[in-house]
Design a protein. Structure first.
Length: 361
């Protein structure tokens, strides 16, 4: 989505190290770190932010860097009213879309089920200290909750991802039990919709919640495994889209494959810089210090066939690289616990859906 260059992980890495670094701007080129592999067990010499800024401040800063810096700042300052308007307008559009293929009751149930799911994510983000949280509905697809985590961690990422489907599955069980007791058809319809959408979201596919749980617990550690997993899941998703003839899934497939070159670049740059950023500079994941921003932009551009100056794309990739550098990987016990809970919810939800379907006939 961000880049239309063809993707090859191995060739991409080789290309980046073989050719000389481009000079997107004088200072950026001067600030480029040498990408010598770091010996295992040998701590790299941290590049002090102050030391670098002394040299950089005397130079003219590339206008692209300034524009990216402004884009990063602006996107952090999204207004509450703007997010609220987007939520309401997208909700109305989604309801109109839902009405096209459903009865009035079916459309209302669909919107409420999606809203409960996204409110779960939103609440999880708010409780865990995310900023700029928002919910947006997407016709043909569903909805998405987003927010900025100033101190990203795998545990928080996985918990927020589970906060959407878990309440939905528990509510589905409650609806199933209530239908069993009362026989109200609306409860049966709600139960099926809750089980379907929330279990679907738990599938281990990007960008569904199950894929996000795996990303937070496993794939942030090994970016090449993440790329391979995305390719495999993209192909599976394409198969599901064809089988189910679901337009929304085609959108996901498009997103998965077009974002691969960008994901690969982000992973490579984060790997190259890992261990080089002093702890003090990594204190806030939502603010990239200028001297590191200059380096990240140059390194990203070095991995493009034609170094791009598209500000929105560079800002997005710079943010992703910086978040990876500030990311706290979960301990092994936390990883095991989160994965066990994730698998447990999938198994329990599936069994409950089958049982209620059989007994609610
Ligand atoms: Zn979700």
């Amino acid at each position: 989505m961000r880049d239309d260059t063809s993707f090859c992980g191995v060739c991409g890495a080789a290309r980046a190290s073989e050719r000389p670094m481009p000079a997107p701007g004088g200072p950026a080129a001067q600030a480029m770190p040498t990408e010598q592999p770091i010996e295992p067990g040998q701590a790299p010499e941290p590049l002090s932010a102050t030391e670098q800024s002394q040299e950089l401040d005397t130079e003219l800063v590339d206008p692209v860097v300034t524009a990216v810096e402004q884009a990063l700042t602006t996107s952090r300052q999204g207004s509450v009213i703007g997010r609220l308007v987007l939520f309401v307008v997208s909700l109305v559009l989604f309801f109109i879309y839902a009405k096209m293929g459903n009865t009035h009751t079916g459309a209302v149930i669909l919107v409420v089920v999606v809203l409960i799911h996204e409110l779960g994510h939103w609440l999880g983000m708010r409780l865990l200290g995310y900023r700029n949280t928002s919910i947006m509905f997407i016709p043909f697809f569903g909805a998405a909750a987003s927010g900025v985590d100033p101190q990203p961690s795998g545990i928080k990422h996985a918990i927020v991802s589970l906060c959407g489907p878990v309440p939905g599955i528990l509510l589905a069980i409650a609806c199933g039990a209530a239908y069993y007791a009362t026989g109200q058809p609306v409860l049966r319809q709600s139960m099926h919709m809750l089980f379907f959408l929330n279990l679907l979201n738990l599938l281990p596919m990007y960008p569904l919640d199950g894929g996000q749980v795996l990303e937070g617990t496993v794939f942030r550690r090994f970016y090449m495994a993440d790329i391979v997993f995305r390719v495999v899941m993209g192909l599976l998703l394409a198969g599901c889209a064809v089988l189910l003839q679901w337009k929304g899934l085609f959108v996901l497939v498009f997103f998965v494959f077009t974002s691969l070159p960008s994901r690969n670049r982000i992973g490579q740059v984060a790997e190259a810089l890992r261990g080089m950023i002093p702890v003090a500079d990594r204190a806030n994941a939502s603010r990239v210090p200028r001297q590191w921003l200059i380096q990240i932009i140059a390194m990203l551009q070095a991995r493009m066939k034609r170094p791009s100056t598209a500000v929105a794309m560079l800002a997005s990739e710079c943010r992703a690289v910086w978040e990876r550098l500030c990311f706290h990987e979960p301990a092994l016990w936390a990883t095991a616990l989160l994965l066990a809970f994730y698998v447990g919810m999938m198994v329990m939800g599936t069994i409950a859906w089958v049982v209620f379907t059989v007994f609610s006939r």
